[in-house]
Design a protein around this ligand. Structure first.
Ligand SMILES: Cc1cc2nc3c(=O)[nH]c(=O)nc-3n(C[C@H](O)[C@H](O)[C@H](O)COP(=O)(O)O)c2cc1C
Length: 181
């Protein structure tokens, strides 16, 4: 099975990218699981004039990788009590025909150095994905506050509770996928 990650931050040292990479790495240790991070850095701002000439190559490539994916993990920062505009732009492009998101499994994760966490963004993005008919996982919830005190910039987790949450979450994601197949 293939699991693809999509990050809603374009920042080189993004915490959400790091969190996504940590989870993908854990998942890739399971039997018959391969993981990949989709390159969405070149997606232009959505513009119907661009689309009318043809989907950008970067969008086509991402859509091809989504077709072969059994689960999409969306990792988004908290922006103003929601998820990031970058992530909305990614989802908007991916939602355009030909359809690739319909019935796809999806899990939203996120982290912030702030103390309020990313629950609002999780809820908002889940709502959008649900509307696009993705099979949105309500659990597990990897929504991390104070991330700068829990993960080192080299990706090492320095918080036992978070380490356990990620390990348990990876296990439950694989169990969910295996039940389906
Ligand atoms: C426009 C904007 C709005 C933000 N709003 C919130 C917020 O509502 N809650 C929060 O915890 N952090 C907020 N932040 C802080 C970001 O979540 C934080 O910088 C985070 O590290 C960004 O994600 P990244 O590290 O993956 O790039 C905001 C940052 C920006 C730029």
């Amino acid at each position: 099975m293939k699991i693809s990650g999509i990050c809603g931050s374009l920042r080189k040292e993004s915490w959400n990218k790091l969190l996504l990479q940590i989870l993908l790495e854990k998942l890739s240790k399971y039997k018959d699981i391969s993981t990949q991070e989709l390159d969405v850095s070149g997606f232009p701002l959505y513009n119907a004039d661009i689309e009318s000439v043809g989907l950008p190559e970067t969008v086509i490539l991402a859509k091809e990788k989504i077709i072969e994916s059994d689960l999409l993990v969306f990792s988004s920062p908290a922006y103003n009590g929601s998820y990031s505009g970058v992530m909305k732009n990614i989802v908007d492009w991916l939602s355009r025909p030909p359809t690739v998101l319909d019935n796809k499994n999806a899990l939203v994760i996120g982290c912030t150095p702030g103390m309020s966490g990313t629950l609002l963004g999780f809820t908002h993005l889940n709502h959008v994905l649900f509307n696009l008919n993705l099979n949105v996982f309500n659990q597990p919830r990897i929504l991390v506050s104070g991330v700068n005190n829990k993960i080192q910039s080299d990706g090492k987790i320095i918080n036992e509770t978070l380490e356990k949450l990620i390990n348990d979450s990876a296990k439950s994601i694989i169990e969910k996928l295996n039940i389906q197949y």
